[in-house]
Write a protein that binds this ligand. Structure first.
Ligand code: GTP
Length: 232
């Protein structure tokens, strides 16, 4: 579906802010790492503290869409930090895990927070992660995810950050919908450009087994990935 093309220029038609939200341990960081670096694993066992940021540019029906993707902390105690990042977000990847019923139940509460904090034009995609798990390990049926997404009139997709299954499609679908909204209403771009990327991303992962003073930084402040361009 996607063809990597050489990373040469940094040109793009739109830069859009995307947030990855959802409960702790549903796999938000792994989804971002799979999408941006095609990797899985190094963050296992560590929880995001605050937010992390990476970029990736997709070519969508003739438009180059640069995604500025913020990986947020799922833990409740970071909610007030995360709430400050909704401003200007035109895309939201809302994740739950298919083996974690609570993360699915909490989708409703995340949707309320999105409604309260995100721009009304934001495109939301509901993502069920960890489809590599066995049917015995699955607790949330695909049909339940589909129904919930239908109820809220948002897209739904099942993915695995571990295998990479449907990860690219998630971001391509989102980028296409955002691009369409921007083409319908170009003023959205102004709102997006007012996004402050100097909020000082905190790019740490917290080992739940460590005390707070032992938090470990994994990628240093302000991590930015150089664009990789893909076609959709
Ligand atoms: P917070 O930073 O606490 O908000 O968590 P997170 O949502 O970023 O979760 P993270 O990406 O750190 O992953 C949590 C755990 O789930 C780790 O042990 C991952 O290895 C595991 N995990 C993530 N994605 C998958 C997946 O697709 N399949 C499987 N089997 N495990 C996964």
């Amino acid at each position: 579906m996607s063809q990597p093309i050489p990373r040469k220029t940094d040109s793009y038609d739109f830069m859009v802010k995307v947030l990855i939200l959802g409960d702790s341990a549903v796999g938000k960081t792994c989804i971002l790492n799979r999408f941006c670096d095609d990797s899985f694993g190094p963050s296992a066992g560590l929880s995001t503290v605050g937010v992390d940021l990476k970029y990736k540019t997709l070519e969508c029906q003739g438009k180059r869409v640069k995604l500025q993707i913020w990986d947020t902390a799922g833990q409740e105690k970071f909610r007030s930090i995360v709430n400050t990042y909704y401003k200007g977000a035109l895309g939201i990847v809302l994740v739950y895990s298919i083996n974690d019923k609570k993360s699915f139940i909490n989708v409703e509460s995340w949707l309320k927070q999105i409604a309260n904090n995100a721009p009304t034009a934001a495109v939301v995609i509901l993502v069920a992660n960890k489809t590599d798990l066995t049917e015995q390990e699955r607790i949330v049926k695909a049909s339940d995810g589909e129904k919930l997404a239908e109820l809220h009139n948002i897209q739904f997709i099942e993915v695995s950050a571990k295998t990479g299954d449907h990860i690219e499609e998630t971001f391509f679908d989102l980028a296409k919908d955002i691009k369409d909204r921007i083409l319908e209403d170009p003023k959205l771009l102004n709102m997006n450009q007012s996004t402050n990327t100097n909020q000082g991303p905190r790019v740490m992962k917290l080992d739940p087994h460590l005390k707070s003073q032992q938090r470990k930084s994994v990628s240093g402040p302000g991590t930015e990935k150089v664009d990789e361009k893909c076609k959709c």
